[in-house]
Ligand binder design. Structure first.
Ligand SMILES: Cc1cc2nc3c(=O)[nH]c(=O)nc-3n(C[C@H](O)[C@H](O)[C@H](O)COP(=O)(O)O)c2cc1C
Length: 194
């Protein structure tokens, strides 16, 4: 299975980067072709320009968007690795979704409702939080985030969401706890369909 990983963290020494390395390493060891889009490192511009918007609506997205869409066409499983920033995605990733999951590519308006057209693809989401487990589960935050992201973006576009994992309270985690989390990351990669 071809794997596309969309990674969004500004710090190459972060725990998110360790997650990326463990996950990509496990997939590559199992023989899966893996492509990584490192949005901060590549300087992905999340802002939709007026000209982008016009081209997208004419069904001819600009080259930078088209090349990202080619990566998505290539993959069978798309994985997103990022920290929760203000109860959602880092802005660079939100901008990636705004631009790349465009009308005519990710969904169409048909009959009485929009319809996702990335069917057959699967999605995995791996998040880290600063907030603690108690807060995240009892406040309904996990439910809200999974509802809006998994439902509002990925399932809407036709993805089957295989896993949405939250590693919580990461800034306070000990070395031993971090190692266990990375083991879980590897286990997720091993559990994916081939
Ligand atoms: C701009 C910004 C916004 C953040 N917003 C949240 C938030 O809404 N909820 C939360 O639990 N943690 C929040 N955090 C904390 C990060 O999610 C946390 O530090 C990160 O997931 C830890 O992973 P890392 O060590 O790889 O950076 C925020 C951090 C930053 C820099």
């Amino acid at each position: 299975m071809n794997h596309l990983i969309i990674y969004a963290h500004p710090n190459p020494a972060s725990f998110n980067h360790a997650i990326l390395e463990a996950y990509a390493d496990e997939l590559a060891s199992a023989g899966h072709p893996v492509r990584v889009r490192n949005l901060y490192a590549e300087g992905f511009n999340p802002v939709i320009l007026q000209s982008d918007y016009e081209l997208i609506n004419r069904g001819t997205p600009p080259d930078d968007i088209r090349s990202e869409q080619e990566h998505i066409r290539w993959c069978g499983i798309m994985t997103f690795i990022f920290p929760i920033f203000w109860a959602g995605m880092p802005a660079v990733l939100k901008g990636y979704i705004d631009k790349v999951f465009s009308v005519g590519f990710a969904y169409v308006f048909e009959g009485d409702r929009p319809r996702g057209i990335l069917r057959g693809r699967k999605a995995v989401i791996i998040n880290t939080t600063g907030g603690a487990l108690n807060y995240y589960q009892k406040s309904g935050m996990v439910e809200s985030i999974t509802h809006t992201m998994d439902g509002g973006i990925f399932r809407f576009c036709g993805f089957q969401v295989l896993e949405h994992k939250f590693f919580v309270a990461v800034p306070m985690a000990t070395r031993a706890e971090r190692s266990l989390m990375l083991e879980e990351v590897r286990a997720i990669a091993r559990s994916l369909p081939s």
